[in-house]
Every structure is written in structure tokens, then in C-alpha cells.
Design a protein around this ligand. Structure first.
Ligand SMILES: [Zn+2]
Length: 402
């Protein structure tokens, strides 16, 4: 798709030069870019469990804005919650925050992405939810600190722009948003950036314990998309002694493909002592040095301490939403074993940039990342896509535009 990019860059340069030379451009002057239709579709969630494809006129771009033609967008658990219950009270809303697409039009002030990389018409981009004034700020900090407002495309209230989510033909990326040029990644990889950033962040959190090392024995509990990507991130770091725990054989088989050295099906064991024995056997008679808890089950949280050796570490990242209380024994589970625990939630802007490298590395060592996307639906079938997600069928569900 890069055949015309040099040509287009030339055109853009000419347009920009002509603007510099002459009188100040009138506010009505169109931004440089490709031909785009006057109107385009947005999948608008207009009531619970119902998206409608609405057609809106594409508004004039501001000098700092970009018009991006959407190529695809992953369906997130957050989208499923909105679809089912509207917990954020956003209806009507244009959802979709795991999207990617191609710049087709740019305001004259748009020059570089959030990492300082040049942006041109034809470049493939993603947006990120965090703020660019401090790359270490996470969504978690936004709950706690006054760090100002952030644009989270796909979770914005509807307004007169309408093109605010990635479940659409086009999206308008407004000035001041975080945006990354990811033209060097294929479409499937770009759709996986957001969930992968969650795991890059979790592993960075795990590293702060100083327990996770090159030759660590690591247990990953839960083999949904999060657990599977966790295994992949560990593999790209050179960690090879990974035991995956889940109750579904199909997912455990996939965990092996992603690089787990052994798997444990918890359904094969009666009680936590027996299960911990199973994990120990899988490591050849040792408990884990480090554990990643990737399920949303409080019981799984309570269990995981039993898999970890004295002096080991734990990263808990399974609870994106309140999943209820877990019962642990502080003496046996934490104090007497001296377990170091970290929690992890979402990611920072910096983790986003790391994720692009991770995706290239995962491909480089032959991990089947693209197999994580088990379902692709066209925009017209967005309701089916959400229903499929709610049924917990498959792994990553994505909307892919023609
Ligand atoms: Zn998400």
C-alpha cells in the first residue's frame, strides 16, 4: 500500500509550501489529503444491545486534526459492558477504542506523532488513551490525580462531530490526542496493540519486584487473550520456563503454541493442594518463582499463592472491573512466604511504544499472534460481533472494514 506514498508526500509538501508562500489560508480552505466522501457511517449504540449504522456528514477538519479511514478495531470487554448495561451512561455513543486506520486528511499543523515520528497522508495510526504531557501517567492515575482531561476515542460522549469511535468508516483524531505512526505493523498486529500494551505494562510492573529473571519459573494462570499474550511477552524477553493454568484444554493447547513449556488443567485436580502439586510437577518438582494472575476470578486469586515458592513474586492483573472479594490467609500466603505482590492495570503511553517493538519481536520468533483474532466481522455485523464477545466464544473479536 506504500506505492503512492512518496507521490502523496510530494503533493503534501507542495501544498504546504504554497501555503507558506502566499497569504494566510482562509479558514474555509480544505486540509491537504485524499478524496473522501461527504458523508460516512458510524456504528452508534443507540440503546442497550443495539448498534445502528448512522450516516453523518464528515465535518471540516481543524488545523490540528486528522481524518483517519478505519481499517479495523478490536472488540473489548469494556465495549461489551457498554453494549449490555451502559455502566458509563454514554448512550448514544460511538464505541471502539482498539482501532487502527490510515490517515486520509490532515490539518496543516499536524507534523509528528506522540513519539516524534513524522506523520503523512497514507500512514497507519493508532490512538492511545493516555496523556502525552507525561508518558508515565496511566488511566489509573487519572482516577487519583488532577491530570486534566484525556481523549479516549470510543468512550466519548456523542457530539456534533460524531466520528468519535473506531467502530465506523472514519474517525476524526483531534489535536492534542495521543497518536502513533504504526505503518510498519500489519493490520492484525495493529488491532492487537491495545490488549498487548496491558501485558507489556504488567511485565514492567513485575520487573519492579526484582524477582522476574531470564531463567525464572513462571506460572500464568488464565489462558484467555490476556494470559496468552502474557506468555508471548515473557517469551520475547527470553523467559522459557512457563507453566500455563486453565480449565479449558483448547486454550491450554494454544498456550503451548504461544510458548508455554507445560500446561496444567485445573479440572484434572481435586482441591488446591492437589492443583499446587500439579503445578510443581509441571516445573519438575519446583514451585514458581513468579506468577501472573490473568483471570477475573477471586478464587483463582486466592489459589495462586499456593503455586509460588518462598520469596517469590506475584503480579495480579485479572481484575479490570470489580470481581468481588478474595479470601486469603495473610500468614501462610504472604508473610511466612515473603511474597512480593504488584498490581497492574491498563498501561502508560510509554508502554504503547514498547508494545510496537514487542509485536515485531513476537513475529520474529514465530509466535502465532494473528491466531488470537478468532473472529472478524464487517461493520454491518457489529451487533453480532458484540453478541459473540458476550458469549465468550473465541478470543479476540474484531471489526474489519473493507
Ligand atoms: Zn480495551
Amino acid at each position: 500500500m506504500d506505492v503512492n506514498s512518496s507521490n502523496i508526500e510530494e503533493i503534501v509538501r507542495q501544498v504546504l509550501d504554497s501555503m507558506k508562500g502566499g497569504a494566510a489560508p482562509s479558514p474555509a480552505a480544505p486540509a491537504a489529503g485524499r478524496d473522501v466522501p461527504k458523508a460516512a457511517r458510524v456504528a452508534m449504540l443507540t440503546q442497550l444491545e443495539k448498534f445502528e449504522l448512522k450516516e453523518y456528514n464528515i465535518p471540516e477538519l481543524g488545523d490540528d486534526d486528522m481524518l483517519v479511514k478505519v481499517e479495523g478495531c478490536g472488540v473489548c470487554g469494556t465495549d461489551a459492558h457498554e453494549f449490555k448495561r451502559d455502566p458509563f451512561g454514554l448512550i448514544p455513543v460511538a464505541l471502539g477504542h482498539e482501532g487502527t486506520g490510515e490517515i486520509v486528511k490532515m490539518g496543516k499543523n499536524v507534523k509528528v506523532d506522540s513519539a516524534g515520528k513524522p506523520l503523512h497522508i497514507g500512514d497507519k495510526v493508532v490512538t492511545c488513551v493516555t496523556l502525552r504531557d507525561d508518558p508515565n501517567i496511566t488511566m489509573f492515575d487519572m482516577n487519583k490525580q488532577n491530570v486534566g482531561a484525556a481523549d479516549v476515542y470510543g468512550l466519548l460522549p456523542d457530539d456534533k462531530v460524531h466520528f468519535n469511535g473506531w467502530f465506523a468508516d472514519y474517525i476524526i483524531v483531534r489535536g492534542g490526542s495521543s497518536v502513533f505512526n504504526v505503518s510498519d505493523l500489519d493490520l492484525d498486529s495493529r488491532i492487537l496493540i491495545e490488549p498487548c500494551a496491558v501485558l507489556v505494562h504488567a511485565v514492567e510492573r513485575a520487573k519492579t519486584t526484582n524477582i522476574l529473571r531470564f531463567n525464572s519459573r513462571v506460572v500464568v494462570q488464565g489462558c484467555g487473550p490476556i494470559g496468552l499474550i502474557c506468555i508471548a511477552v515473557l517469551r520475547t524477553m527470553g523467559v522459557e520456563n512457563i507453566v500455563a493454568v486453565d480449565g479449558e484444554q483448547k486454550r491450554l493447547d494454544f498456550a503451548r503454541e504461544m510458548g508455554a513449556s507445560a500446561t496444567v488443567n485445573f479440572k484434572d485436580f481435586q482441591g488446591i493442594e492437589a492443583l499446587a502439586g500439579g503445578v510443581k510437577d509441571a516445573f519438575g518438582g519446583y514451585l514458581a518463582d513468579f506468577a501472573f494472575q490473568c483471570t477475573g476470578s477471586p478464587v483463582a486469586h486466592a489459589n495462586i499463592y499456593k503455586f509460588i515458592r518462598n520469596g517469590g513474586g506475584l503480579c495480579e492483573l485479572g481484575f479490570f472491573i470489580n470481581g468481588g472479594d478474595a479470601t486469603i490467609n495473610p500468614h501462610f500466603d504472604i508473610c511466612s512466604k515473603e511474597i512480593t505482590t504488584v498490581g497492574s492495570w491498563v498501561y502508560t503511553l510509554r508502554d504503547y511504544a514498547t508494545t510496537f517493538d514487542f509485536l515485531k519481536r513476537a513475529k520474529g520468533i514465530g509466535l502465532p499472534m494473528e491466531k488470537l483474532i478468532t473472529h472478524k466481522f464487517p461493520l454491518e455485523q457489529i451487533n453480532e460481533a458484540l453478541v459473540t464477545n458476550l458469549k465468550m466464544e473465541g478470543l479476540k473479536i474484531a471489526i474489519v472494514n473493507k
